[in-house]
Design a protein around this ligand. Sequence first.
Ligand code: UDP
Ligand code: MG
Length: 316
Amino acid sequence: MNTIKLVIVVPCYNEEEVLKETTRQLSGLLALMENEGRIEDGRILYVDDGSKDATWPLIEQLAGANPCVMGLKLAHNVGHQQALWAGLEWAADSRYDAAVSIDADLQDDINVIPEMVDDCNKGIDIVYGVRKERKTDTFFKRHTAQLFYKLMRTMGGDIVYNHADFRLMSRRTLQALVSYPERNLFLRGIVPTLGYPSASVYYDRKERFAGESKYPLTKMLNFALDGITSFSVKPLRLITTAGLVFMLASVIAIIYALSAFASGQVFPGWTSLLISVWFIGGAILTAIGVIGEYVGKIYKEVKHRPRYFIEKEVNL
Ligand code: UDP
Ligand code: MG
């Protein structure tokens, strides 16, 4: 069996409370996998996404004490997806054969990483970490997440159910990934489109080890909308369909009204008029909003701004 060089990429935003423990657990796991001959060199790469707390000094301190810890400090906060991208882009161009991406908060079970590595050693390029059940989530989050995956699928996105950004990618898939020029990043939607051999490993997601979630409800909703609109133009098609349905309904109403008028009947109309004007107004505004969403995306993409700037690095 081959043994690979592995880097674990961890985006961090204000994670001073968890990094010590994360480092302890991850470096322990890497040492174990080296002993077992699963990997021949294992490192952790922390990407500090412009944290406002002591995350970066802590990363420097951890890197000083432990040679397997490396750090990249981004000049400002660019968000989880772009920060992860920064780490993966570095990995694609490095001497590592594969990269595992994982959140800093230890919610994903690191004990399935050896399984991912085994799959990789067998020649599988992408190994998805999939949550078995969502016990630790609230009723609301569980159901909205389910709805989101369904919606994504019907809109044509090739998304893996209950998989977030905990996955292993081989170097060639990383290189394929970084050739995608898009700025609107929704990694869990892009990765399946790469098409290389893939597998899944299953785990139970835990509570955050410490600190609080950086994804409050509004951010989650935005993320979901972003996900759909960066993968599918079906919402635009839906607008056209809705428009046609409204038109058809209005033609029927017109014929009905005219024939009633011809037979001398007059309808008192204030309520029906007002309601339909409001309804149609709302529908039009929504349609414009959906179109605007795409126009905004095009605007962002054509500007083609750099994704991030690296301010400092340690142990790289
Ligand atoms: N994160 C980041 N930049 C941000 C927000 C979050 O790098 O602007 C990181 C964060 O430190 C964590 C991961 O992204 O490692 C996922 O965030 P979090 O655990 O808060 O999300 P949740 O698990 O609640 O969805
Ligand atoms: Mg988390």
